[in-house]
Structure formats: C-alpha cells, structure tokens
Design a protein around this ligand. Structure first.
Ligand SMILES: *Cc1c(COP(=O)(O)O)cnc(C)c1O
Length: 439
C-alpha cells in the first residue's frame, strides 16, 4: 500500500486511469450500466456539481441559480415529451430515491403493497423489511409479492387477483402496486394491474429503472399512457445518462411528490447530474427510436447464439427477451458465481443472478443458478448482430470448452478494438472511455 498522502493521491488517480483503460478492452455487459455520451461527461465535470438549488425552478431558496434553472426546466420539458406525463421531477438523486419519494407520497407506514420478489426479478427497493428493502425497512410498508408464472416469466394475474381479494377480506386492502423489475424480460401487464388497483382505490407505480431508454425509444411499453400514477427511473441504465433518478407523473400528484423529494429526501440534488439528464433526454428524443430497437435486436441475437451453442438462455419459446436483458441458466457448467468469475478473467463482465426457480432448488444469491447479461452498452458502442454471435462464441469457449481465459481475453480485446466511440448521441469527439485530465 502507498504510504504518503502524496502517494495515496497519485494512487487514486492512477486507479481511475487504469479503470478507463480496462474498459477499452473488455465487454461490459452489466444490465444496469451504460456509457454516457462525452457531452454528459462534460456536464458531470462542470461546476454545476458544486452548487445548491434547493426548491423548485424559479422558486429557489438561494441566489445564483439562473443557469441551473434554465437547464432544469429543459430537463423537465424533455422528460414530459419523452414519457408522456404532465409532471416531471428530475431532482431524485437515484432510482431508489425516486421510488422512496413515490412511497412517501402515496402510502403510509403499515400499508399493504405488491411488488415482484427478488428471485422473480424484483429490486431491493421494492422488498420486504426482513430483506432490508427500502419499502419494508425504510417506509415500513407491508410488502406482498405477486404470484409469478415462472413459465411465462411474468406476474400471474389470476392468482394476484385471488390473493388481493383474500387479503382484502382480512381487512388488508392494498394501497399500492409496484410494477417493473431488475430482471425485466417482458412487459408487465400494466393495464390489467391499473384496473385491479382502481377497484381498491390503490396507486400504481411503474419502476422503469432498467427500461427507461426502451420506453423513451417507443418500444417495450408506455406506462403513463396505460394509466399508472407515477413512473420512476434511474437515468443511467438503458437511458444512457448520468447516475441519477427521475419521476414522471400527473399534475394532481405534483405537490406531494415535490415535497417528498425536497425537503423530504434531499437538500442538494446533484445539479451536474441534472445537466447530464437534460443532455441524455435530448439525445433520447433524437436517437433512441433507433438505439432502443438495436438493443433489443442484439439481446435476441445474443440469446439465440448462446442457445445454439448449448448455453441455456431462458425463455426461448417467448423469443428470449423483449428488453436489453438475457437471463441464462448456467447450472450445466457450474454456478452463477463461478461462471461470473471465469468470464471476468476473460474480460467479459456479467453478474450472477438468481433464477426464478433457484429458491426451490435450494440455491441462494451467493451461488445462484444464473447470470444476467445486458446488451445496452455494447449496442451503444455500435455493435450489431454479428458481434453478438462472436461474443456468444467467446462465452462458449470460456463456459463450455474451458479455454484459457487469458487467450480469450486477447480475442475479446481484438473484438472490442474498433468499437471505441459512443453512438446515438450528438457529439462523439472523445472516445467512450477516454480518461480526461483537468488537473
Ligand atoms: C437499478 C434499479 C433501481 C435503482 O437504482 P439506483 O442505483 O438507485 O438508481 C430501482 N429499481 C430497479 C428495478 C432497478 O433495477
């Protein structure tokens, strides 16, 4: 370890540079990540990140907000156009904060809510208290999980209706239904859940953290048009902006949502990220019709190519996926943890993941049966179907053939070499992972 403060300082900067360099020769396939445009990175490095603008545009509690206000109004205006809502709040500092703001606005502690369980794709922010979930632990909600149809990888509507009726009969009327997930292969039944919620006077929140970019591109589904009360998102997954959050909703909920975000959940709201969100929204308006379609085409192509090579990409009968995500059962070759590590040694970066039937098989998150792949970042670098087939071949050589990861890493580096610029953005003068010194 470095000892002097100067050495530690140098070490941090060197690690950042090394991280950038590693990304130029690897295959980043974590489904919750992406590479933002150089313009978004410019916004993130700006002085906006050193300021406060508490309150709402035009009603700030400090002076000095002229340019910050201009940028935030543009973000709000673009957010309404992209996601078809009347009210947009770009201040939540991440997707979890956006979710918690809707929980605060729409529920009280003790209320019954529904969400997907973690093994069926649900996110920890939707989860029960005993798991440390934001809904259960922080908002103290009584979290119930949707019955799930594993064969279709979707919410089982008949069983859900039955369960809601039974709970209601015990005096536990549902107050909120959360839709959306972290393993999100197929659109959720939004209209059906909205109808069910109406019967009980409950709210519906759609968590678009993963699929916001696909929704912006006009594929997957259109939750606000289908009647949800609010849609939350991270702005850095398929929507390739900075790490931040956003809420889209209706004018009638503006006051409670605004109050929950500020002063409830934030003081400063990361104004450099807000500028990045405004830029990402503008890029989405212009380029995501094409980008979103390319992502889904690549996911399907990757899944098909893996399947043909004996690697069990799931849900073949449903076309594998309608999103950026491919879910793979690796139990023929080891567990998800082992496969994740082997692929990492070949510079193929994926994450181990629970499969919906893992619990039944006695497997848990430490050594689950699956891996999750996302094609959104590779697509943003300009990769197409033929590269997906090559990637499947490289994954096979690691997972099935047991080839030396070092040799595979060399091939990964060759495959990656021509794909160094961000596509689907206004300006890509700077390479996607170029380290920028402003010391
Ligand atoms: C990633 C994710 C989030 C939020 O993550 P943040 O890191 O807080 O932006 C919320 N919900 C789902 C379903 C997610 O996958």
């Amino acid at each position: 370890m470095p000892d002097s403060n100067r050495e530690k300082f140098e070490r941090v900067l060197k690690s950042i540079e090394d991280h950038h360099r590693a990304l130029t020769t690897s295959l980043p396939m974590i489904a919750s990540e992406n590479v933002p445009s150089p313009s978004v990175r410019e916004a993130l490095a700006s002085d906006f990140g050193n300021r406060y603008a508490e309150g709402w545009v035009g009603e700030r509690v400090y002076a000095g907000c002229k340019y910050l206000d201009e940028v935030e109004s543009i973000a709000i205006e673009l957010g309404k156009a992209l996601f078809h809502g009347e009210f947009v709040d770009v201040r939540p500092i991440s997707g979890v904060f956006a979710n918690l703001a809707t929980f605060s606005a729409f529920t009280n502690p003790g209320d019954v809510i529904f969400s997907c369980s973690i093994p069926t794709g649900g996110h920890i922010s939707h989860a029960k208290e005993k798991l440390g979930g934001t809904a259960g632990l922080i908002r103290k909600l009584d979290v119930q999980n949707y019955p799930f149809d594993i064969d279709d990888f979707n919410i089982d509507l008949d069983e859900t209706e039955k369960m809601v009726r039974e709970l209601d009969a015990q005096g536990k009327k549902p107050k909120m239904f959360i839709l959306g997930a972290s393993v999100f292969l197929f659109p959720h039944p939004v209209k059906e859940i909205v109808d069910l919620a109406k019967t009980y006077g409950a709210k519906v929140v759609y968590d678009a953290a993963h699929v916001a970019g696909l929704i912006a591109g006009g594929i997957f589904q259109d939750p606000l048009n289908d009647g949800v009360d609010a849609m939350t998102m991270s702005t850095h997954k398929t929507l390739a902006g900075p790490q931040h959050g956003t809420i889209v909703s209706w004018e009638k909920y503006a006051e409670p949502l605004k109050k929950a975000v500020f002063p409830g959940l934030s003081s400063n709201h990361h104004l450099h990220a807000v500028a990045g969100v405004a830029i990402a929204f503008a890029e989405a308006m212009e380029f995501y019709k094409e980008y979103a379609r390319a992502i889904v085409m690549n996911s399907k192509a990757l899944a098909q190519a893996l399947y043909e090579r004996g690697i069990d990409a799931l849900y073949e009968k449903r076309g594998f996926t309608e999103s950026h995500i491919v879910l793979v059962d690796v139990t023929k070759y080891g567990n998800g943890f082992e496969i994740e590590k082997k692929l990492e040694a070949a510079n193929i970066i994926v994450n181990r993941n629970l499969l919906p039937y893992d619990k039944k098989m006695g497997r848990d998150y430490r050594a689950p049966g699956g891996i999750r792949l996302g094609t959104q970042e590779l697509t943003r670098l300009g990769m197409k179907k033929s590269e997906m087939v090559e990637i499947a071949e490289l994954m096979k050589s690691v997972i099935v053939d047991g080839d030396d990861p070092k040799e595979v890493a060399q091939k990964v580096s060759e495959l990656r070499a021509p794909f160094q610029k961000v596509q689907y953005c206004f300006s890509n003068q700077t390479d996607a992972y170029q380290h920028i010194k402003i010391r």
